[in-house]
Design a protein around this ligand. Structure first.
Ligand code: THU
Length: 130
């Protein structure tokens, strides 16, 4: 799947965001190695710190669906920002499901790619524990 299509799916998911507090709507679309795509949006809470980011929503939805494949790419986009980079917690979650994941961001009308190791250098992962 092309980056542009993946970003389109992320933007569609962002339309469903529950973000009454920040009014910042984020969507994520995860492409797995087996070709499956799962999307998620941010879900906020009156107890602000309990809010869930779009990326973690998408990844946990995929786990709940039984997807056991590795994350190949994850596209992230916001309805409000030209470019929306993943927060630190989401970088750690992405790394859990592939240390080779590619992060695709909409940057205005362009798409930019980063590797998870660029965004989360010297990371802690399951390889430490195995
Ligand atoms: N947000 C995400 O969904 N993903 C990120 O990586 C950064 C932040 C959400 C959380 C909160 O609902 C809103 O954006 C404002 O921080």
């Amino acid at each position: 799947m092309q980056n542009k299509e993946l970003i389109k799916l992320a933007l569609e998911a962002a339309q469903n965001a529950y973000a009454p507090y920040s009014k910042f709507h984020v969507g994520a679309a995860v492409l797995f190695d087996d070709g499956q795509v799962v999307t998620g949006c941010n879900v906020e809470n009156a107890s602000y710190g309990l809010s869930l980011c779009a990326e973690r929503n998408a990844i946990s939805t995929a786990v709940a669906q039984g997807i056991a494949s590795q994350v190949k790419k994850i596209a992230i986009a916001s309805l409000e920002a030209d470019k929306c980079a993943p927060c630190g917690a989401c970088r750690q979650w992405i790394y859990e499901f592939s240390k080779d994941a590619i992060i695709v961001l909409k940057d205005g009308d362009e798409m930019v790619e980063y590797t998870i190791s660029e965004l989360l250098p010297c990371s802690f992962g399951k390889e430490f524990l195995l």
